[in-house]
Design a protein around this ligand. Structure first.
Ligand SMILES: NC(=O)c1ccc[n+]([C@@H]2O[C@H](COP(=O)([O-])OP(=O)(O)OC[C@H]3O[C@@H](n4cnc5c(N)ncnc54)[C@H](O)[C@@H]3O)[C@@H](O)[C@H]2O)c1
Ligand SMILES: O=C(O)[C@H](O)COP(=O)(O)O
Length: 602
């Protein structure tokens, strides 16, 4: 039983900036701008996520570029931001500078640790890693500080693969050692007899972007290529004639091993005394991935024992390695100073890729290469946009209805949809409900990056339930319901029969609406602010309250009354464009038929 009394005045979404960046503005501003990603970018239009919006559109943001970046990238950055290129900063200098920066761009040479995020005082919004590996960035600290981390995952793939092949061939033919020998005035043709590649087995460990390009090239050299990667699809390997095998099989059968996995806790020192012992005697190892995937001391032992005949290394657990490092100085080891990505072409590409990602993220646009936020397919994101706004507003409303109790700890979210659960990605919605629940009651800035972390930190448990409806699955969601348990409400009518604060909303014509408060059905578009009144249903109430608001020039955008039965209790929801003064709210509360009321800011 519900009556809508006034058609809502639909306004353009507000872009006004608050002290806390508001994600919905970013959504409104950004959809579906994907043109910034280079046409060649494989993730273009595939995976996009929304980032925090820039803190200010009036002042140019400041980007600190802490390692050398290609000119094309700098030019792109300078069109949008103040760019401070300060290379070779000490950790202390970096921590001092960072509090003045909105974004930081690094390569692999800068440690972006927890201290950096703590020193930023909340200003740092984006860290751009101009390359692939993000092991030099403390992702947990970034996430905890709501800072997005983006990388440039594709532009240096070919360069790294080419360097891997260069090291493979140079190692097999002793190119570096022979070169040094000739330059030292020697002519040692017998000493530098090499081994052939053709017909030999190469095990590629890590069959991702670089690994698969290395495999492709090694096939061209006539090698038999096998690969180990627990997460790579077998059909992708098969397509280029590579067999995926177990780790033990790969290392036991390979004449050459090429490493291409990221450095993670699981891959740290993956090649160690135990695994070297399982290898074919005389194996040769190439590493253009990360130094830490090899136990370097164990490698020296394996070289000395003749288990490993040779190694060619571009990366080291400590960079630069100590000059007297036994590994670096080993006669049968060829080394380069982390040159995998260092071609003119790759550096130009990486610079453009990272500059676009950082500028986009600072503008609050969609970021395709985020590494610490959920990636949601672009089509899903576009479809969910109004529901994302609804989710945040329901969270905001629900938490403002809380009066006391044990604190907001248990929240249940129900999504009613005709779509099968697998077709409904609720991560964005959950993040935005979390944002709505936490921001009005704290100084914490919540975004997609840190929503789950922040909820966990605050002991807020959000459970999700899907209600499968009959009907057409055309729209992703019918309604979202947010319930807060174990609390009291400052508006008793918002309590459900089972004792939770309950609000429910829907999207109508692309606009989020509040459709239920407690057990009362209402219909008010979620814009501006809302006054909820419980009254005894009787003629003249709308006019009475409307006149009080009108006298103070508060514009009513929407009014709706939900009632149990005629002349019984009813809840009136009034949307207002301006915030009424305390005096006006007091006057509403004094209307005899009004039993309780609450003013809620959206
Ligand atoms: N030397 C350089 O200058 C240079 C340049 C580019 C990339 N890299 C490094 O190369 C590595 C690969 O880069 P990419 O762009 O191909 O990354 P990628 O993410 O495309 O591929 C990495 C692959 O490793 C796999 N993997 C993860 N854990 C594994 C495990 N335990 N065992 C086997 N495989 C595992 C993943 O499934 C993935 O397929 C990274 O470490 C990157 O930092 C170095
Ligand atoms: O992970 C990468 O992209 C490479 O290791 C390249 O690192 P660099 O940008 O420091 O050359």
């Amino acid at each position: 039983m519900m009556a809508s009394l006034k058609t809502p005045t639909l306004k353009t979404p507000s872009f006004a900036l608050s002290s806390k960046p508001r994600l919905p503005s970013a959504f409104s501003a950004a959809f579906p701008n994907t043109a910034r990603f280079p046409r060649s970018h494989p993730q273009r239009r595939r995976f996009l996520i929304v980032t925090a919006s820039s803190s200010s559109f009036s002042n140019k943001p400041t980007v600190l570029v802490a390692e050398k970046l290609g000119e094309a990238g700098l030019t792109l950055l300078k069109e949008f931001a103040n760019v401070d290129c300060s290379y070779n900063l000490s950790p202390e200098e970096l921590c001092t500078k960072i509090s003045l920066c909105d974004a930081l761009i690094v390569r692999s040479g800068t440690k972006v640790n927890r201290e950096v995020f703590e020193s930023s005082g909340g200003r740092l919004k984006v860290v751009g890693r101009a390359g692939v590996g993000i092991d030099n960035v403390d992702l947990s600290a970034a996430t905890e500080h709501g800072c997005l981390v983006v990388n440039a995952p594709t532009a240096n793939t070919v360069a790294a693969a080419e360097h891997g092949i260069a090291l493979l061939a140079a190692m097999a033919r002793n190119v570096a050692q022979a070169d040094a020998s000739v330059k030292a005035g020697k002519w040692q043709r017998n000493k530098y007899v090499g081994v052939s590649l053709v017909g030999k087995t190469l095990a590629v460990l890590g069959f991702g972007k670089v690994g698969s390009e290395v495999a492709r090239r090694a096939k061209g050299l006539g090698m038999h290529v096998i690969a180990h990667d627990p997460y790579a699809p077998a059909d992708r390997a098969r397509a280029i004639g590579v067999e995926l095998v177990s780790f033990d099989e790969a290392i036991a059968t390979a004449d050459f091993i090429s490493l291409h996995m990221p450095l993670t806790p699981a891959t740290n020192k993956m090649l160690n005394d135990e695994t070297f012992a399982k290898m074919k005697k005389g194996v040769r190892i190439v590493n253009v991935a990360r130094g830490g995937v090899i136990d370097e001391e164990a490698l020296v032992r394996a070289l000395d024992a003749g288990v490993v005949a040779q190694a060619a290394l571009d990366v080291f657990s400590e960079e630069p390695p100590k000059q007297d490092s036994k590994l670096v100085q080993h006669e049968r080891v060829t080394v380069t100073p982390h040159l995998g990505a260092s071609t003119m072409e790759a550096q130009e590409g990486v610079a453009i890729e990272i500059a676009e990602a950082v500028v986009g993220a600072l503008k609050g646009e969609l970021a395709a290469t985020a590494v610490n936020a959920p990636m949601v397919p672009a089509e899903v994101l576009t479809e969910l946009k109004p529901y994302v706004e609804l989710a945040e507003k329901l969270g905001r409303l629900a938490v403002q209805l809380v009066a006391g109790g044990s604190g907001v700890k248990t929240v249940k979210v129900s999504y009613a949809s005709s779509r099968a659960p697998d077709d409904l990605d609720t991560r964005l919605l959950r993040a935005m409900i979390t944002k709505g629940l936490i921001e009005p009651i704290s100084s914490v800035f919540v975004n997609l990056v840190n929503a789950d972390y922040t909820a966990k930190q605050r002991g807020l448990r959000i459970t999700e339930e899907r209600i499968l409806l009959d009907g057409s699955p055309e729209s992703p969601l019918e309604s979202i319901q947010v319930q807060i348990a174990n609390v009291e409400s400052k508006f008793a009518s918002a309590m459900s029969e089972s004792g939770e604060i309950k609000v429910e909303g829907r999207v109508k014509d692309g606009i989020p609406h509040l459709t239920k408060v407690g057990s009362f059905e209402v219909d008010v578009s979620l814009e501006g602010s809302i006054i909820l009144c419980r009254q005894v249903d009787q003629p003249g109430m709308i006019g009475t309250v409307g006149s009080i608001l009108g006298e103070e020039n508060v514009n009513v955008s929407f009014m709706s009354v939900g009632r149990v039965a005629p002349r019984k209790h009813a809840v009136m929801a009034i949307g207002v464009d301006e915030q009424p003064s305390k005096e006006t709210l007091k006057r509403i509360g004094e209307v005899p038929a009004i039993e309780e009321f609450v003013f809620l800011k959206l």
